[in-house]
Design a protein around this ligand. Structure first.
Ligand code: XBP
Ligand code: MG
Length: 229
């Protein structure tokens, strides 16, 4: 019986990468007078590095910067990137994925608790969740509290610890290879709803893989496991 569902944010609850994070990184580079620019394809490849500051550090290092300097620059730029992301969210640039709000509401209506486990930074995650999902989520764990980012299971384990939810009655919803690996390593059953950036990801660890939250297979999968009222 299903007791709780834990959702990933980036790419799962919202399409945040292309018009959100990517734009924020590029504006940050521009403001800092750097020549770096991430087009759609480049950014798609960089997504396998989780965490904004690590992603930037990886990029600078790959372009020849010494590792310590690359890490320092990534860390120095990241607060501004977070600020720009907050502005983009306030402007409405980041939207829920189709069908996900209906799924969340169906779960809540049947008494299933809904939580969040993300690798992103709390300073943008909180306003985004509030704007798009109101007070639907119970416990929210972000990359600000948990420094071991996905594919580490740390964020999922922290939700389980805080809520006391039993892993065998909890399902994770993810979009990417790193996310599925994190959920499975935490001992959770994982469902993957991929997007245009993660369609070629290895999502093998997931029990069900769909391309959208409107997929009848996904709706049926949850319906079968939801507690009867
Ligand atoms: C998403 C991420 C995040 C964002 C950027 O991974 O890796 O780092 O791209 O957010 P997942 P920050 O969906 O697996 O959580 O810049 O705040 O790190
Ligand atoms: Mg994700």
């Amino acid at each position: 019986r299903l007791e709780a569902v834990i959702f990933d944010v980036d790419g799962t609850l919202v399409d945040s990468e292309r018009d959100g994070h990517r734009v924020a990184f590029n504006r940050t580079f521009e403001e800092a007078g750097l020549p770096d620019h991430w087009d759609l394809a480049t950014y798609g490849k960089l997504l396998r590095i989780t965490g904004g500051n690590r992603r930037m550090a990886h990029w600078f290092e790959r372009n020849g910067m010494p590792p310590a300097q690359a890490r320092e620059l990534g860390e120095r730029l990241h607060p501004r990137k977070t600020e720009i992301m907050r502005e983009l969210i306030a402007e409405g640039a980041v939207r829920p994925r189709p069908g996900v709000t209906a799924l969340i509401d169906a779960l809540i209506a049947r008494g299933v608790a809904v939580h969040v486990a993300t690798t992103g930074t709390r300073a943008w995650v909180d306003p985004l969740l509030e704007r798009s999902f109101g007070d639907r989520f119970d416990t929210v764990v972000t990359g600000t509290e948990v420094t071991d980012l996905k594919p580490s299971p740390a964020a999922y384990l922290e939700v389980l610890r805080l809520t006391g939810a039993s892993p065998s009655h909890t399902v994770a919803v993810e979009d990417s290879s790193n996310g599925v690996r994190a959920a499975v390593a935490a001992g959770l059953t994982c469902i993957a709803s991929y997007n245009s950036y993660t369609r070629d990801d290895d999502l093998e660890g997931a029990k069900l893989i769909v391309s959208s939250f409107d997929n009848p297979a996904l709706v049926g999968w949850f319906r079968q496991r939801m507690p009867q009222m």
